[in-house]
Design a protein around this ligand. Sequence first.
Ligand code: TZP
Ligand code: MG
Length: 201
Amino acid sequence: MNLRKYLIMGSQNCDRDPAFILELAIKAGITAFQFREKGAGSLKGNDKLELGYKLRKICAHHKIAFFVNDDIDLAEPLGADGIHVGQDDVSVEKLRARFPKKIIGLSVSNPTEVSNSPIQMANYLGAGPIFNTSTKPDAKSAVGVEWITTLRNQFPSIPIVGIGGITTQNAASVINAGADGVAVISAVTQANDITTAVQRL
Ligand code: TZP
Ligand code: MG
């Protein structure tokens, strides 16, 4: 599992063909992908499944990990390597019971969420939003790179990925604070030059 440059997206984040964006991004160095078909303008039902399958195949072809967001019923049909859940989604305990072998990622935004979560049952943590983001309308307020350092000190060996408002300009500060990787949506999907954006990340 290499979470160093973790691209997240759904069709709602793309003004170009998602498969085209994903191919380019992987060729430029993206190491993991999360299918997050969610929110305004997202596909539903069979259209969602079909796009997921197409993107899943691209990841398999390039041998990078493929995750699904929240939607655990997609994990099996798409043969996902892992599932990423937030605090309001199905619990990590239930997820682990249903999918003993899949990689489980869990979002944590503050110490209360950490206290209420079975951190050691997760395979990695998503920490954020580190910076302000307009990609997720219901995102919590920015917590800063200090949150990465706090988590790193508390959990020295669990992989941590920063998320939220990460750009080519500030990605290094997230890594320097102790993260293993950066998870981005708009820094890649909205880049004019996807190849350069991924390389700079
Ligand atoms: N979870 C916390 S912030 C966020 C998600 C899914 C959105 C990240 O998008 P961007 O464009 O990289 O800020
Ligand atoms: Mg969620």
